[in-house]
Ligand binder design. Sequence first.
Ligand code: ARG
Ligand code: GLU
Length: 677
Amino acid sequence: IEDMKTQGFKLEAKDIYDINNACMKDAVMLFGRGCTAELISDKGLILTNHHCGFKQIQSHSTLENDYITRGFWAMNKKEELSNPGLTVTFLRFMQDVTQDVLKGVDETMPEHERKLIVQANIDSIQKSHAGDEYVKVSVSAFYSGNQYVLFVSDVFKDVRLVGAPPAAIGKFGGDTDNWMWPRHGGDFSLFRIYANKDNKPSGYSDDNVPYKPKYVFPVSLNGIDEGDFTMVFGYPGSTYQYASSAQLKSMRDYSYPKLIKIRDTKLKIIDQAMDADPEVRIKYAAKAASISNAWKRWIGELKGYERFDVINKKEESEKAFMAWIQARGKTRHENLFAEYEALYSKQAELNLAANITSEIMLKNGIEVLTLAEKTDHHAFSTDSLKEAFQNEILTISKDYDRDTDLKIAEHLTRLYFEYMPPLYQSQKLRKLYLKSKEDPAKAMKKLFKTSIYNDFDKLSTITREANEKHLRKLKKDPAYVIASDLGTIYYKTIRPALSGINAQIDSLDRVYIKLLAEYDSTITAYPDANLTLRLTYGKVAAYAPRDAVKYDFSTTLDGIMEKDNPNIYDYRVPERLKELHKQKDYGIYARPDGKLPVCFIGTNHTTGGNSGSPVINAKGHLVGLNFDRAWEGVMSDFYYNPEICRNISVDIRYVLFIIDKFAGAGYLMDEMHLVSE
Ligand code: ARG
Ligand code: GLU
């Protein structure tokens, strides 16, 4: 907090986190499973990214009611749309429980014994705080298990969609501009939290009322300027600041190149299909975005490691650390990095096998197989599991396009046999492949023709009844046979072996970080992200992406007009926005130079999960909404460099402008507490 104040922060630590009084943490929440949102009205209105709410926006969209293309604005509370399965989670309090978790552990005991004790201790701590289904209790490891913290949170399950701009604003620049600066996306959407009459969390109910929050962020009309203090408060997922060079080498040489190639292949097929058919565009929009997102970041990361010589730098600092270890005479750890090398080389093949399986079957791979594999867990037992499987069928069939799935299947099958280590190959898939003379197209055409897993009506009838005869038939279905074989290899062989090695790596990490802290505690000043509530602070700042080029810290509506291109889907500017630009009627949202701000960048160290996080100024007012990082610095999960790493935020003035002037939903602003001091 002292350092934050030196950098300009005007408030106290207790304004951020205080368990006895309302404070900022009461207005920040985990949105869904991997984003952040914040409260901006005392009627439960929350702000998050468009891409965080995209699944929901997409799920309410049809060709007739295409909210992706046209946007969505509930004109009153009745028009808000409910989203089964969507939750927001508020931290109630956190507490260091390291001593309790490590009770009974001593440093000399075998790792598996330690693990059992730690797990038993965690279980009993969690049990002692357990509540109903609206309370989430978890204990998270920090510094690879050198510290443990308990988190007790409240989970709200009635969260309704209130507003979203058209994708041409919310996702302007699309996957082309993703991970890039200069950026012009209005990446926001609005939801509302509902609670029961006692203001307590509840499932969806017509009787629910808007949640009355303990704290709400004032929304600033003051804007930002270069050098201004900013703080980002949210739920970053994972970072790997202390990763060894061995891990980075394994990623660079082994997993990333193949993963990139697999997703390259899927994306080419999906992009073509989306361009050719507007219905496929709706169905595949969310899938394409999620495949593309990590794919592009991996490419950027590899460039970053190369450009900043990250692996060599790591190796150098590992050498210096080793010299220190030896000087202390701690010979037990003399081989630390050699151990890492050995573990990561063992891990590489298993990791690859796991990745290929999940890319082909789970992560928007061959959906016929995804569905077939789920049968194993669901369709053959109790009524409620049968129902769950019916829901799986609905989910997949709603956004399914047979031709696209088939094409993906053909290409992924070829890659499967090219990349999958023979030891982990499915013999069932191989049999089909060989029968088709090693022609993946032939093999998959046959599979798709003979399987009922792409005949959703038939499948639904059969699995709803699921009598003995049906089950016998299902068990012979070629998609089922292959998927369950893939699943068995994955769950019974690959995953257990991989978690065995990962456990060994974790133990080594724990030892390494402990020593590292003794060696130089400034290196370990903060723990890696682990999807718990964190803050990061920095400054609004320009940067130089490459030789002789400097990027400004802020973009404007003029830049959107410069990118306008009706021939490219990602760059089609809505007519209404063009009109507004012509009129230049930016009102209170304009910058001092008269231009309308859109996005800005800063030096806050953020990562995936920080999407939707509030960007807060020195006075604690909301000035932006975090949504991305800039291309040249996306290696920051492993190597954060303040010269080049930038987080990207939507300027809150642009958000307000779109709500007010573009959408005519100014009534929402009446709920907010706007400040201009
Ligand atoms: N790169 C940002 C993040 O990691 C935004 C992703 C969504 N946008 C997109 N065009 N796919 O989530
Ligand atoms: N877009 C990311 C997310 O959804 C945040 C950007 C980042 O990875 O830094 O969480």
